[in-house]
Design a protein around this ligand. Sequence first.
Ligand SMILES: Nc1ncnc2c1ncn2[C@@H]1O[C@H](COP(=O)(O)OP(=O)(O)OP(=O)(O)O)[C@@H](O)[C@H]1O
Ligand SMILES: [Mg+2]
Length: 237
Amino acid sequence: MSVFVVTDLAAGYQGHPVIDGLNLTVTEGEAVALAGRNGMGKTTALKAVMSLSVPRVSGGSVVFGHADLTRRKPYQVARAGIGYVPQGRRIFASLIVEEHLDVAARPAPTGYQAWTRDRVYALFPRLAERKQHKAGTLSGGEQQMLAIARALVTNPRLMLLDEPSEGLAPKIVRQVADIIKELPRAGVSVLIAEQDLAMVRRVADRVYFLDRGRVADEVTARELPDRGDLLDRYLGV
Ligand SMILES: Nc1ncnc2c1ncn2[C@@H]1O[C@H](COP(=O)(O)OP(=O)(O)OP(=O)(O)O)[C@@H](O)[C@H]1O
Ligand SMILES: [Mg+2]
């Protein structure tokens, strides 16, 4: 069982703390949302987990399965089985779809079914149709699918997704959500940072509400319909 555990994580910029005392867990087969409004620290939290050069991590720990990933290098975090889909997608406009997958591909850990191109295209039929197209010509939804596909071919056991709904029409958000929802069933646990309620509702088995850099509340998907107060307070809907 590869449980992902973040304990008392603290991180910030130029000595200014943004995340402070962040605690969360993702168990195998789960999709968990880190929900919160603009500027609450969602991106900072995911970047701190990935050990990107900014923000600076000043305390706490990140453990995945038996591996302590606290302050390891980003490539070590990736190698430990954590995939990352950054906010804003970060695709390469002049590379074709297939090249994104070829450049990113990494071997699967022993015992796990690899995400080959064909397996990825089966999950994203739209990308299969457009595999020879330059990524810059894709729609926003297709670009988001490509960003997820690119993370999948690294064969992660846990995928961090940062606001995959951003800039997408509601209908497209639902399509992307339905794909993300498939991941835990396919052996990839999910931690998704979001402020889009439709995405959170559709994807998450459990929701952490992030408020000023720490988890202020936690609910299961089952409890969510009765907790409109939390949605008001932490997402402002
Ligand atoms: N590179 C940076 N340097 C300094 N401050 C930053 C930097 N990036 C983010 N911040 C600040 O950290 C705080 C949290 O930002 P963060 O991007 O983590 O929030 P977020 O929840 O992801 O918001 P959004 O929904 O807008 O993506 C904000 O006050 C932001 O201005
Ligand atoms: Mg963000």
